[in-house]
Design a protein around this ligand. Structure first.
Ligand code: ADP
Ligand code: SF4
Length: 700
């Protein structure tokens, strides 16, 4: 199908200093969890985006010195020749598809804890970042940089830039965002200096300007010099010559950078979850940048709609459509727009599971794109799948995320696929969850897959069909896939931090009751030891229905795991806005219809709370009835010619939607495979040079 000419503007080339991007699709630097220990995994991950049409493909944060060490969070390095060789795999991969390769050179300043290098962190004035969440806390406070330290950092940046050029990068970054060193110089809260680097904004930008200048001196003839800067705080501070200090900064640095990559200041606002903000949420902060510079500007906003992208360009907000999450969810987004296949875009749902991967210290995972991070180690491609060697009849029972993904991927392999669901609409758990506050975009998981399945001649879809063993035997597929999901239990929680027992009372509810439309009456206590989004969002849901709700969890925070997805501060804000009292470090012991008995997790001290109902959001258990019935009639199943039987998704092991989608994809790729499951390849660091050589040598 031809592309709509409205979108032509997105495919114009744009100059960035001495280099030219082939189009306006710019994969901004983003964490991938792929350190230099996984160079092939990383190169293939980035290459897939270049292949999918992104005109610029960047690395994540890439440390310029041992004093910028974020361990155990995964970060890349550009310290020595082995690093150069490792990164060269990525630049070569990007160049194979005509994309430019960018590197986000990075010094973490006071926000890294140097747990591995054990060096005191550097900072403008010794002000530490004192995070409240265990995973980010550290005990080592930074030291104040003197002028010699500043000169050292400038030297590392220049050396890093030269190493980057040797590795083949076309765009080299100076990073002044998200609490890292350059940003710390910009903000008076971090920068208390009384020398020429502190005080008025002209002085506070000096360090960043010098970083840009040394980068330009080092590689400016060959590479574009990009400034990545957070503008949220500065935009709120009045300037002297311009409306804000953010304006002052752009005006003062315009001649020093070839590109402005502008963003917000903290992960929850920069990579905000769709639950709490929509597409294009950065615009009010960054909309002025192009009025003060003629250099190209890139920004993000979870852009997946080509009309929104065109509007950003036409209205003079951005020159490049920046994408991190949209490029993970669909590496082929640009090509799909180019080829007029907009309805095939696998839109990011804004769940931030990808970000949780970085917090977990592992390669990126994506809810929408199960192939993300699997390009090299499993050989998975987001758009292509090898034809089945022996196409057959596949029956998928259950049309939730796991079943839909398995049906789609097996249909793409050329199997004759039938998918059935007992419900009256597709999406499994999503049919209800999409109606909860802020979760509408999550249904893109079902929408994308259904859209594709409906277009395929080798697929039959049946709703309102609860299948039993007799139906399956009569249908006699070659391959049977059970994707029947899980159910919530009334399990309580023990001080050993495991589920225990079962709370029996007619006014004890589970999320399945709420999904079925059975709402509690009167004051309700939500007891959440699932710890992800569901307890928090159901609390919001009940409160929005006018039910008086109290939230209790044995964890230290409400929806504690959502710290991993940038949602936690916003969950607390949402509960506070609905006047929900939050009690942490308590477990529910009992409920008699009028009173819930809580116990402190560590002291055991009991508290009574008056309430008429309890909603337990705790343990899920697989729905195994069908699997068990099949096992009981195994002989008849074999006689019907059913060659393979596999259980996937929540029916196998209850998890997040990302787990279900990955499970469905894996099952389809391995359909009919005999023997044990296929192993993935293990990547190894590049060590083709002696580790003992002089690091400075690499910078020449
Ligand atoms: P997952 O996240 O693993 O995809 P879900 O709970 O979202 O799991 O979806 C499971 C789906 O399976 C539900 O829509 C449910 O209606 C359907 N289902 C469960 N048992 C049967 C059955 N025997 N026949 C048809 N559909 C079923
Ligand atoms: Fe988008 Fe979620 Fe995938 Fe991240 S994990 S790219 S937020 S769909």
């Amino acid at each position: 199908m031809a592309r709509d000419s409205r979108y032509d503007v997105l495919f114009e080339p744009v100059r960035i200093g001495p280099v030219t991007a082939p189009n306006r699709f710019y994969q901004v630097p983003h964490a991938s969890g792929m350190t230099n220990a996984l160079p092939r995994v990383r190169a293939a991950f980035r290459e897939t985006k270049a292949e999918g049409g992104w005109g610029v493909v960047c690395t994540g944060a890439c440390s310029i010195d041992e004093s910028s060490d974020d361990a155990p969070l995964p970060f890349a390095t550009l310290w020595d020749r082995n690093d150069i060789h490792a990164h060269a795999l990525t630049t070569e991969a990007a160049h194979r598809h005509g994309a430019l390769a960018g590197v986000e050179l990075w010094h973490g300043g006071a926000s890294v804890m140097n747990r591995s290098s054990r060096l005191p962190p550097l900072s403008p004035s010794g002000i530490p970042w004192m995070a409240t969440h265990v995973g980010f806390m550290g005990n080592l406070r930074p030291r104040t940089m003197d002028r010699a330290d500043i000169r050292e950092v400038l030297r590392w940046q220049a050396e890093g830039a030269r190493k980057a050029r040797t590795a083949g990068f076309d765009i080299v970054y100076v990073y002044a965002g998200m609490g890292y060193l350059g940003y710390e110089f910009l903000l008076p809260e971090y920068n208390h200096r009384t020398d020429e680097y502190g005080g008025p904004i002209e002085n506070r930008v000096r360090f960043v300007r010098e970083m840009l200048d040394v980068t330009r001196d080092a590689v400016g003839k060959d590479c574009g010099v990009a400034l990545r800067v957070s503008l949220e705080e500065l935009r709120g501070r009045p300037g002297r010559h311009h409306p804000s200090e953010a304006h002052e900064l752009v005006a003062q640095l315009s001649d020093h950078a070839d590109l402005f990559d502008v963003k917000m200041d903290s992960s929850p606002t920069d990579c905000s979850p769709s639950r709490f903000s929509g597409e294009g949420s950065h615009e009010p902060v960054i909309d002025f940048v192009k009025t003060l510079t003629d250099k190209p500007v890139v920004g993000v906003g979870r852009f997946t709609s080509p009309d929104m992208m065109v509007s950003q360009i036409r209205r003079g907000v951005l020159d490049f459509i920046g994408g991190a999450r949209p490029s993970i969810a669909d590496p082929f987004l640009p090509n799909k727009i180019r080829e007029g296949r907009i309805e095939e875009i696998r839109e990011c749902i804004g769940c931030n599971i990808c970000i949780s991967s970085w917090h977990d210290g592992v390669p990126v995972r994506c809810t929408q794109n199960p192939t993300a991070g699997e390009e090299w180690r499993r050989g998975w491609h987001p758009e292509r799948v090898a034809p089945a060697t022996r196409p057959g009849k596949v029956l998928v029972v259950g049309g939730g995320p796991a079943g839909l993904e398995c049906a789609l991927t097996s249909a793409r392999q050329g199997h004759e696929v039938t998918i059935v669901d007992a419900g009256t609409s597709w999406g499994g758990r999503l049919t209800f969850e999409k109606t909860l506050p802020g979760l509408a975009a999550w249904n893109r998981v079902a929408d994308y897959r259904l859209g594709r399945l409906n277009d395929m001649p080798n697929v039959s879809l049946y709703l309102d069909s609860r299948l039993g063993v007799d139906d399956i035997i009569e249908f006699a597929p070659d391959h049977l896939v059970l994707a029947t999901g899980a159910r919530w239990t009334r399990s309580l929680y023990s001080s050993m931090e495991i589920p225990v027992g079962k709370l029996e009372h007619e006014n004890v509810f589970t999320p399945d009751d709420i999904a079925a439309g059975r709402l509690p009456e009167g004051p309700t206590l939500v007891f959440d030891f699932d710890n992800y989004y569901y307890g928090g969002v159901l609390t919001e849901h009940l409160a929005s229905r006018g039910i008086e709700v109290a939230y209790v969890t044995p964890a230290g925070q409400a929806s504690a795991w959502t710290i991993m997805t940038n949602e936690l501060p916003l969950v607390h804000r949402a509960l506070a806005r609905r006047n929900v009292p939050v009690t942490t470090l308590h477990r529910l012991k009992d409920f008699d219809g009028d009173t819930a008995t809580l116990a402190h997790l560590f002291t055991g001290e009991e508290t009574k709370v008056a309430c008429r109902a309890v909603l337990i959001v705790g343990l899920r258990a697989p729905r195994t009835e069908l699997e068990e019935a099949i096992a009981a009639r195994r002989g008849e199943i074999d006689a019907a010619g059913i060659r393979s039987l596999v259980t996937i998704g929540d029916a196998l092991a209850p998890g997040a939607i990302a787990h279900a989608v990955h499970s469905g994809h894996l099952a389809a790729r391995e359909l009919g495979r005999s023997g044990s499951r296929a192993h993935y390849l293990r990547d190894t660091p590049i060590t083709d040079r002696e580790p003992a050589f002089d690091r400075a040598e690499a910078a020449e």
